[in-house]
Design a protein around this ligand. Sequence first.
Ligand code: BES
Ligand code: ZN
Ligand code: ZN
Length: 495
Amino acid sequence: MEMKVQKGNLAQVKTDILVVGAFSEVKVPEGAVLAVDQAVGGRLANLLKEDGFKAKLASTFLTHTHGEIPAKRILVVGLGEKKEADLETARQAAAVAVNKAKECGAKTIVSELFVCGDAKTAESAQAMAEGALLANYAFVKYKKPTHKSPTLFTIVAHDGRDARSAEKGLVMGEMAARATVFARDLVNTPAHDMHPETLVHAAKAIAKGNASIRVRVFERESLKRMGAGGLLGVSQGSDYPPYLVHLIYKPKKPSKKSIALVGKAVTFDSGGLSLKPAEYMTTMKCDMAGASAVLGAFSVIGELAPSVEVHGIFGAVENMPSGSAIRPGDVLTAMNKKTMEVLNTDAEGRLTLADTLSYAVRQKPSFIVDLATLTGACVVALGEEITGVMANDEKLAAHVLAAAVLAGEKMWRLPLEKNYKKVIKSQVADLQNVGNKWGGALTAGLFLEEFVNKTPWAHLDIAGPAFAERDIDAYTHKGATGHGVRTLLQLLKSS
Ligand code: BES
Ligand code: ZN
Ligand code: ZN
């Protein structure tokens, strides 16, 4: 679906669906609804009244125009309460328009620009592009699309100045959506077509198309030399070898500041010998969503052109049970020489991140952000839609949380409670890979902290939001969500 901006009068544009937004507490038409209502001789206001349309967020009212104006249909989208409206309202409203267009087979959409709260024109257009394009996403590798997609979404701006700002926003929104879709496609791909090596290819393909990106890949022999016992251990039950992948983006003007983005990349998490029950295993192709978010961000980093150096790092493995798999009780030595007793082979993410974080620290970044589908406990704590953020640095935590708000991704801080460190102390090694049955997201975070030294670091446990087991909202349908990508882009932009 193409997106563009034009200036002019909504009521005079030819399109399959004309979209206008209404706030819930507004009783008489205003703004775009009023303009369109006047063009159809007051019929729209009457219909809305008759229908008892309340304009609750994401509610819709659709009517034919019977040729009264050039548009074939008018869609009124509820924006909810004006005082609560923000960029996310614009994302949802644009997404609702696309979903409706799909439903009724409309090819072309023309919409007013939803400027909510104190949002600027460019940001609003960006949010609309994100919502519209992500709502239009379908994973079509193995199944024909069930609905025909609209082909054109036009945002109408009041004047030339607004149109120019909106166009800038559209470029950013289109980029953020493309990066998110890139991550969604990787995560949705079933594990038989998504081996550790497939992620290596994805990284190399990104670097190939861009002179500002280099990639280094470490294979099993190199990992042995580096002492990456976590990656080697977790992958040893799989028929597919492990890889450590390091992408490097260098800005045109050299920068002292550098950022490391680290992702968990378990292409399938069966649990290993601590095998998962069948119903918990069905979505475990999503266990590389952290690395996919990093790859998604790197897929557009050349265009975003941040002014800082960026390292994208992930250790790709598959966690399988077999005669050669790691056993409960085994002790692995991570790249930083710390020893880890494996009491549960299903707590494999932290074993792989022990090495990838150790490697990231060696790049001497200004800060590290990791994204990992790390614990079911985080989903118990925060539900399916919210990421848990743990950080050893207040400023970085605030930076990440602010980026997430702007990006429209829900995140909430969790503590790295020092007193809980005792539950991951091992009898036979420096650490054990599980705590007791409580606070599992926090003890996993504390485990990771052992591998970042004093580098400012934020850990994003995305186990809940990475993969939607049901439709979440207008632009987050069942399946991979690409959660994290937009926050990363926002973070890079503002660093
Ligand atoms: N990949 C899972 C965590 C997960 C759960 C991701 C649900 C997405 C949705 C992780 O490797 C895992 O299995 N963690 C265990 C840890 C436990 C054994 C300490 C868990 O959360 O049950
Ligand atoms: Zn696991
Ligand atoms: Zn896992």
